[in-house]
Design a protein around this ligand. Structure first.
Ligand SMILES: [Zn+2]
Length: 141
């Protein structure tokens, strides 16, 4: 399992009912906006496009483990076509302007399990030993 953003990975918004996702970025993504997003595992590309509710670019991957990964605020690269596969660690996009809020450029990542049941991405990170911290540095995974 690989990190979805460049390390060290910072959580700018956590998982909640209102925000069933995590917002992630590298510690200095504010100034280095071209750091890519990465596939967390070997996956097939299920969908790409613009989200109706998000108003932002997205890519939906299904990993070999059965988990689904929805990357939002994600500018696609040309070679990312539905039905194609990506390998763990492959670049699946770069941050887009729609994610530029007061926390800076970020990846909005949603993870689903079997039958599209939502999972807390932070729990997935912990499960697979991926390190993260909140932007204030208070909590670590
Ligand atoms: Zn978000």
């Amino acid at each position: 399992m690989k990190y979805p953003v460049r390390q060290p990975m910072i959580v700018t918004q956590g998982y909640s009912e209102k925000h069933p996702a995590v917002d992630l970025r590298n510690t200095d993504m504010k100034t280095h906006i071209t750091y890519p997003h990465y596939a967390m595992e070997n996956s097939v590309i299920l969908k790409t496009g613009k989200g109706k509710t998000y108003g932002e670019n997205y890519i939906l991957l299904k990993g070999d483990s059965g988990l689904y990964y929805l990357y939002c605020h994600n500018v696609l690269m040309n070679e990312l076509i539905v039905g194609y596969t990506v390998e763990e660690g492959d670049e699946v996009g770069i941050p887009d302007l729609s994610g530029l809020g007061n926390t800076g450029y970020h990846l909005h990542l949603e993870i689903f399990g079997d039958k599209y049941i939502r999972r807390n991405p932070l729990e997935i990170f912990n499960e697979f030993g991926l390190k993260w911290s909140y932007k204030d540095g208070k909590k670590k995974g």
